[in-house]
Write a protein that binds this ligand. Structure first.
Ligand code: PAF
Length: 280
């Protein structure tokens, strides 16, 4: 496996791959790789001639006071994971390489970035779209993989690829869960024993919502009330939002009769977790 830090070298590598008519899959990550990332890599490995994984903890997508400093970093362990999964190239750019002095151009994803997680994280999705576009431009993928746990991020990247005619296939991969249902996330490492126990209420509440939906309940209000009531039983959980939104416009719906997602964000002793459930 090649490990490339320098942007020019990564670009040259990508140009070489593409001019040999090989397909190239990119798996953009912020490292601290877990089974969710491994699933993305395996899906990439299954479809592309070459797999590039990028590891970059993007400072611009963290607001002041968020967890940039303490975000888990373990490059050596990540290298081992990538080697074991048959990754061809690991791209580990430096902050100064991606954001040199004078850097000023950013993507504005529009209204879609101001909803859901965008309400409490203003500017976050513009920063995500900007770094993802930079990673696309450097590594020239034919296809790129993102987890469905970050449902809003995935929608925004799909929209960007379409709006800007990127000619890159964006593939969303099912959320990988712990045995008790908790969605895999690098931030789960922040949870202490009590917090980790409380966190199970999130997938349990989503399962309850799924059961209601399967029984025929179509009122968003009823499903949201039930999820909210279940989460309120856990004193450590502070709900940020619980919303049922249509997939196309990311707008809230009162009645579920099209492709919708129940999306939620909670904080457990300061650790922010998101999860979602596809309805319809
Ligand atoms: O989902 C992530 O890990 C990040 O938001 C991404 C897509 C790598 C951009 O920094």
């Amino acid at each position: 496996m090649k490990i490339i830090e320098e942007i020019g070298l990564m670009r040259a590598e990508a140009v070489g791959i593409r001019s040999a008519n090989e397909s190239l899959a990119l798996v953009p990550t912020m490292g601290a790789l877990h089974r969710g990332h491994i699933e993305l890599i395996r899906r990439a490995r299954a479809v592309a001639d070459r797999v590039v994984v990028s590891i970059f903890v993007n400072p611009t997508q963290f607001a002041p006071g968020e967890d940039l400093e303490k975000y888990p970093r373990n490059l050596q362990a990540d290298i081992e994971v990538c080697k074991a999964e048959g990754v061809d190239t690991l791209f580990t750019p430096a902050v100064a390489g991606l954001y040199p002095d004078g850097f000023g151009t950013t993507i504005d994803v529009g209204e879609i970035g101001t909803k859901l997680c965008g309400l409490s994280r203003p500017g976050h999705f513009n920063a995500v779209a900007t770094i993802v576009l930079k990673l696309f431009n450097i590594s020239r993928p034919t296809v790129a993989f993102f987890g469905k746990k970050d449902f809003q991020q995935l929608s925004i990247i799909e929209r960007m690829a379409s709006d800007l005619n990127l000619c890159i296939e964006i593939i969303g991969v099912e959320t990988v869960r712990e045995a008790d249902g908790l969605a895999m996330s690098s931030r789960n490492r922040y949870l202490g024993t009590a917090e980790r126990k409380a966190a199970v209420a999130v997938p349990s509440a989503l399962n309850a919502a799924s059961r209601l939906f399967k029984k025929g309940v179509r009122s968003s209000g009823s499903i949201i009330s039930s999820v909210s009531e279940l989460l309120s039983r856990e004193s450590l959980i502070e709900v940020e939002y619980i919303k049922i939104i249509c997939v196309k416009r990311l707008e809230e719906v009162e009645f579920i009769d099209e492709k919708t997602v129940l999306a939620l964000a909670v904080k457990i002793s300061g650790t922010r977790l998101i999860d979602n459930l596809e309805l319809c």
